[in-house]
Design a protein around this ligand. Structure first.
Ligand code: NAG
Ligand code: NAG
Ligand code: NAG
Ligand code: NAG
Ligand code: NAG
Ligand code: NAG
Ligand code: NAG
Ligand code: NAG
Length: 473
């Protein structure tokens, strides 16, 4: 009798735990700028994104790294890229490197909580050996590409094809955004509905090359600049795929039990028609235009909707925050903070009041070198990145004029008063400058050497049937 009661109690506890774990979809858009979503810019057609953002919570101060690999590493590991060797640049396809394999990534942690873990889209966290790849780092399934910047139709980058269904090389016969929508539907339909699902969905969109089916470009006939017209169409194509995702969730009775998180990985790149106006700078810079993400959360667990969350969040926070939303415990030893109590209640907390934009002491900085945030203040030290001006959306056929104003070695901004970084306060507020320099110096102790490497000829896809394939490091 006691045994039966005990079993029943255990079962009900289990039920309770299971029903409390939301399905979680973590969507990352690639190179999507501040001014590239409908909820920031009415000229962009993104009804599905806008609906979720407006019926959820728009994150108005959500920060990421200036480029792809570092942001992705921060999202999944909870570590600042300067502690993972990713402060310098992205991981090139022929580079024999990947972020530290002793870091436990988010999907590994979620599996411990009973989640099914799926990834659809762009990895960009190294692939020189299998141990670096998604299905060895916590994902049950993977459908997408290992590197970055491939062609949307023929799935090649440099001299190799780059696409996998789990470990098997394939080449989908359609625009990648469509292929992802199709796989999303398959994963959701096949999902065991009594098991919580984590779906990491880092779209290829809207990174260059600028490629889009005509039907989407034609939705923007009044945009005279060809690049911007096509780029805007790419956003709308991605938006449709997000509509496909929510349709699949609804059809499978999972929508009400799902938490959706959406963020870009870095700012837009004006040289490839992305746009961050009125924010300053571009992708690859530590200005706000490179690092302040278009982002929102929607769905299960949010106690407020139709709100704007002003609290600061950083890329490193998503790992512990998602884990907490999933019912997991605190993670120690990482840089990320658990923002879930604050986000779920819709009440900004002072927990996150400081973060590092980037910290790179290597001799050749490709992106912004060093910047720190403390409260309303931001200090940039040295090279802030190329493309350091302000770039409005082009309203002619001409390309964006790229200006690079001369800047001082130290740039100090009060972002509350001056969110678009016009007024350098470095001479006026010397005390603040000194305080922030010292703080930056304390973080410097933890810098590890960048893991970027010279291209390794052993990677040559010609040796592997034309596919970028692990096994050469
Ligand atoms: C294009 O037309 C739409 C609908 O009339 C309008 O909302 C939008 O502002 C226009 N965009 C440009 C760049 O003229
Ligand atoms: C978001 O921040 C901007 C400053 O960049 C501010 O102008 C705007 O009012 C904020 N949005 C909301 C809805 O609070
Ligand atoms: C991984 O190993 C390196 C080198 O031994 C060590 O410095 C680092 O702290 C380890 N990281 C984690 C998360 O255990
Ligand atoms: C893929 O398309 C690109 C154009 O975007 C072209 O340069 C490249 O040669 C194509 N590769 C293959 C293998 O078809
Ligand atoms: C995705 O949505 C679009 C627009 O509603 C639709 O045309 C398309 O067929 C859908 N794709 C899939 C794979 O469901
Ligand atoms: C579905 O998941 C539940 C809970 O993890 C498990 O008990 C059950 O066996 C699974 N069903 C199938 C068909 O895998
Ligand atoms: C938003 O909140 C209202 C109550 O404040 C609720 O009726 C509505 O269902 C919520 N919408 C969503 C999409 O959660
Ligand atoms: C292909 O790429 C490899 C780097 O992986 C490079 O060493 C090789 O020269 C390239 N081959 C051609 C034909 O471009």
């Amino acid at each position: 009798m006691d045994v039966i009661l005990y079993v029943l109690l255990l079962l009900s506890l289990f039920e309770c735990v299971v029903s409390k774990s939301p399905h979680i979809v973590f969507i990352v858009a690639d190179d999507l700028g501040w001014n590239d979503v409908g909820f920031h810019n009415p000229d962009i057609i993104s009804p599905n994104i806008d609906y979720l953002a407006k019926n959820g919570m728009i994150l108005n101060n959500s920060y990421v790294q200036p480029v792809c690999s570092p942001s992705r590493s921060a999202f999944l590991s909870g570590f600042y890229p300067f502690k993972s060797g990713l402060q310098n640049f992205v991981i090139g396809p022929a580079e024999a490197s990947c972020p530290p394999l002793n870091q436990t990534l988010l999907p590994q942690k979620l599996k411990e909580l009973g989640y099914a873990t799926h990834m659809i889209g762009k990895w960009h966290l190294g692939m020189c050996k299998w141990e670096c790849t998604p299905t060895y780092r916590g994902f049950d399934t993977f459908y997408g590409f290992y590197n970055g910047k491939e062609d949307y139709y023929n799935y090649t980058i440099a001299n190799g094809s780059d696409f996998r269904d789990n470990k098997a090389p394939i080449r989908p016969n359609e625009y990648s955004t469509y292929a992802y929508a199709r796989r999303v539907d398959k994963i959701i339909t096949q999902q065991n509905k009594s098991q919580p699902m984590f779906l990491y969905l880092p779209f290829q969109s809207v990174h260059n090359p600028i490629q889009v089916p005509e039907v989407y470009e034609n939705m923007y006939k009044n945009i005279t600049n060809e690049g911007r017209r096509q780029f805007s169409g790419m956003v709308t194509a991605m938006d449709d795929a997000i509509g496909n995702l929510t349709d699949s969730l609804k059809r499978n009775g999972m929508f009400e039990d799902t938490l959706i998180i959406f963020t870009s990985d870095n700012g837009g790149w004006p040289i490839f028609s992305g746009n961050n106006y009125p924010l300053r700078g571009s992708k690859a810079t530590v200005y706000e235009g490179g690092t302040r993400a278009s982002a929102f959360v929607y769905g299960l667990g949010l106690q407020k909707n139709n709100t704007v969350f002003d609290g600061m969040i950083h890329a490193v926070d998503w790992m512990p925050t998602i884990l907490s939303a999933a019912g997991g415990g605190q993670v120690s030893g990482i840089d990320g903070l658990n923002m879930w109590p604050s986000i779920s209640e819709g009440v900004p907390s002072s927990l996150r009041s400081e973060f590092i934009y980037n910290l790179d002491d290597s001799p050749v900085p490709y992106m912004g070198r060093a910047a720190i945030r403390m409260g309303d203040y931001k200090l940039i030290e040295g090279f802030a990145g190329k493309w350091n001006g302000w770039y409005p959306v082009p309203d002619t056929a001409e390309d964006v004029t790229i200006n690079e104003p001369k800047v001082d070695y130290y740039q100090l901004y009060n972002l509350r008063d001056d969110p678009n970084e016009h007024n350098n306060l470095h001479t006026k507020e010397h005390g603040m400058l000194e305080k922030m320099r010292e703080r930056l110096q304390e973080y410097r102790k933890y810098i590890v050497p960048p893991l970027n490497r010279k291209p390794d000829p052993a990677s040559n896809p010609n040796k592997y049937n034309g596919y970028w394939t692990p096994g050469w490091c």
